[in-house]
Design a protein around this ligand. Structure first.
Ligand code: KIV
Length: 290
C-alpha cells in the first residue's frame, strides 16, 4: 500500500520548497465567473514525483491520468489500468508537488458498476494518494454516480467527448461530435455531469464549434484536450508536449524534442563508457589525505 507521508530526511521529494498553500477545488471552480474565465486553467498530466516537481510551479492542476497505462506501462490502451497503479502514481505526484491541486483518474472497471463501487474506489484513491479530487469518464449514464460522490465529500472532474476508456465501443480515438446527433448527445452529457455536481469537466477531442457550445452551456470550467482554445483551460499529456514520442495526436503542440535530446545524452554516455572516458577524476572517490 502506498502512503503520502514523507520522510524529508531521506526522500528526494521536497513538496514545500517555499511556504504555500495548495490550490483548492473551490478555487478551481471559482475561476469561471458568470460564464467567463479571465485566468485560464493550466493542467498537465504527471505520473512521477520528479515530473510533478518540475511541472508544479507552472500548473494549477496536475492530473494523474490513466494515460499512464500507455505512457508508463506500455499498455495498448487505458482499459487494463488498475486502481493500485493509480494509487501509487497518485501518491508519488502528491509527494512531488506542493502548489497544484492533484486529481487522479478512476481506472476502467473501478466505478461503472454502481455509485457504491465508485465511492469505495474513489475513497481508496484519496486515502492512499492524498489527492484532492478524482476524474471519471462518461455523461448522462454516470451522472447519478457523480451526484453520489459529490454529496459524500469526493470532488469529481467529469470527462466527455472522446472518452478513451470506451475505445472498444468507439472503435478508435477520432474526434467526436461530427454529426448533429452525436454533438447533441455530448451537449446533454456535459449538462448532466455539471448538474450532478462535478466542479470542472475535461472535454476531449471535439470540434471547436462544439467546444464553444459546451463551454457556454455550463457554469463549471471546461478543460480542453483537442478541443480548441474555446475551453476555460487546457490539459495535455506531458510526455506528448515535451516531444518524448515520435507519434502524437494532431492537437498536440510539441514544446521540445526531448526524445532527441535524451538519445544524444545517452549516446554520449555510452560512447564515453566504451572509450573509458567516464568516470573521470571528478566523479571518482579517493581516500582522504590525513
Ligand atoms: O488520462 C489522461 O491523461 C487524461 C487526459 C488526457 C485528460 O484523461
Amino acid at each position: 500500500m502506498s502512503t503520502f507521508t514523507l520522510d524529508t530526511a531521506t526522500s528526494r521529494a521536497t513538496p514545500s520548497p517555499v511556504p504555500g498553500k495548495r490550490i483548492t477545488v473551490p478555487a478551481i471552480r471559482q475561476r469561471k465567473v458568470g460564464g467567463t474565465t479571465a485566468d485560464p486553467i493550466v493542467m498537465l498530466t504527471a505520473y512521477t514525483m520528479r515530473m510533478a516537481q518540475l511541472l508544479d510551479p507552472h500548473c494549477d492542476m496536475l492530473l494523474v491520468g490513466d494515460s499512464l497505462g500507455q505512457i508508463i506501462y506500455g499498455l495498448p490502451s487505458t482499459v487494463p489500468v488498475t486502481l493500485e497503479m493509480m494509487c501509487n502514481h497518485g501518491a508519488a505526484v502528491v509527494r512531488g508537488s506542493w502548489h497544484s491541486m492533484v486529481a487522479v483518474d478512476m481506472p476502467f472497471g473501478s466505478y461503472e458498476a454502481s455509485p457504491e463501487q465508485a465511492f469505495t474506489s474513489a475513497a481508496r484513491i484519496m486515502k492512499e494518494s492524498g489527492c484532492a479530487a478524482v476524474k471519471l469518464e462518461g455523461g448522462e449514464a454516470i451522472a447519478p454516480t457523480i451526484d453520489f460522490l459529490s454529496k459524500r465529500g469526493i470532488p469529481v472532474i467529469g470527462h466527455v467527448g472522446l472518452t478513451p476508456q470506451a475505445v472498444n465501443q468507439l472503435g478508435g480515438y477520432g474526434a467526436r461530435g461530427r454529426s448533429d446527433a452525436e454533438a447533441h448527445r455530448i451537449l446533454a452529457d456535459t449538462r448532466a455531469v455539471a448538474d450532478a455536481g462535478a466542479f470542472c469537466i475535461v472535454i476531449e477531442g471535439v470540434l471547436e464549434s462544439l467546444a464553444d457550445q459546451l463551454t457556454t452551456a455550463v457554469a463549471i470550467p471546461t478543460i480542453g484536450i483537442g478541443a480548441s482554445a474555446r475551453c476555460d483551460g487546457q490539459v495535455l499529456v506531458t510526455e506528448d508536449m515535451l516531444g518524448l514520442f515520435e507519434r502524437t495526436p494532431r492537437f498536440v503542440k510539441r514544446y521540445d524534442d526531448m526524445a532527441a535530446r535524451i538519445t544524444d545524452a545517452v549516446a554520449s554516455y555510452a560512447g564515453e563508457v566504451k572509450a573509458r572516458a567516464f568516470p573521470t577524476e571528478a566523479e571518482t572517490y579517493r581516500a582522504k589525505a590525513i
